[in-house]
Design a protein around this ligand. Structure first.
Ligand code: SF4
Length: 253
């Protein structure tokens, strides 16, 4: 799951971070023989895997390995990862876990595209949790999140009208969310904001999970969104893209 507000840099597949931690898990050492056999035959379509700082959510600023799975059934107007829509490299779950381990970072974010569009995303998430990683999932909100391993923090989008994909919102997902999950709105203009505010009130979303508001870069000035939130005393968190604040659009950061 990605959009014009969240675009962690590609550090290059197989590159290594200098942020290793002593407690970094080693997935290959944790599975049973049966689990290892399953992992060696399960495959995923992978766009990229890289390390960066998490740019958003309550994990903002943490060194994080990003697994970007290929494919997405949506076409948000402002999406900035259309390169994930097609193609991708086919990798086994075993090989992917080894790639993640090589980065030496204990926090992992599975994103896309729409990661849940691949059936083996669910076993990937569980395998990462079993290996001891702190795992988050970024999803469009259009697919069922109820089968996701409960150890995973689900970052679930609710698509606002200007995305062009509001009809895809799977409202049933809200009943499955908990305070360890997060609900994210990407907003392009005042009409999107007004719509999101009504949804929050109608669905009592602030009582379900933390709610995040992100402005579409280049369309909605962050200061305007901040003023609206303050004027309405809205119980949401404004979030910007930390990595762009730090490095602009420099590749590999
Ligand atoms: S749901 Fe798909 S189209 Fe929409 S922002 Fe995410 S990756 Fe892009």
């Amino acid at each position: 799951m990605s959009d014009s507000t969240l675009h962690p840099r590609r550090a290059g597949r197989g590159s290594h971070a200098d942020t290793s931690t002593p407690s970094t898990p080693h997935p290959q050492q944790t599975g049973s023989a049966c689990e290892d056999a399953q992992a060696s035959t399960r495959t995923l379509r992978l766009t990229e895997v890289f390390v960066s700082l998490q740019g958003e959510t309550s994990r903002v600023g943490l060194p994080t390995v990003f697994i970007r799975l290929a494919g997405c059934p949506l076409r948000c107007r402002w999406c900035d990862t259309p390169y994930s829509f097609q193609g991708g490299e086919t990798v086994t779950l075993t090989a992917l876990l080894a790639q993640v381990a090589a980065f030496g970072v204990s926090t992992v974010c599975v994103t896309g595209g729409e990661p849940l569009a691949q059936k083996n995303c669910l076993p990937l998430l569980s395998a990462l949790c079993d290996a001891g990683y702190s795992v988050s999932l970024e999803t469009s909100g259009a697919l069922d999140v109820s089968k996701v391993d409960p150890r995973v923090s689900r970052i679930v989008d609710i698509k606002a009208p200007d995305s062009g994909e509001a009809a895809r919102n799977r409202w049933e997902n809200i009943a499955h969310l908990t305070p360890q999950d997060e609900i994210k709105f990407v907003l392009a203009n005042r009409a999107d904001y007004d719509w999101a505010r009504e949804v929050i009130h109608a669905q009592k979303l602030a009582q379900v999970s933390p709610v995040l508001f992100s402005p579409v870069q280049g369309e909605l000035p962050p200061a305007s969104l901040a003023e609206w939130i303050l004027a309405d005393r809205l119980p949401v968190r404004l979030q910007l893209q930390l990595h762009k604040v730090l490095w602009g659009n420099t590749p590999g950061k």
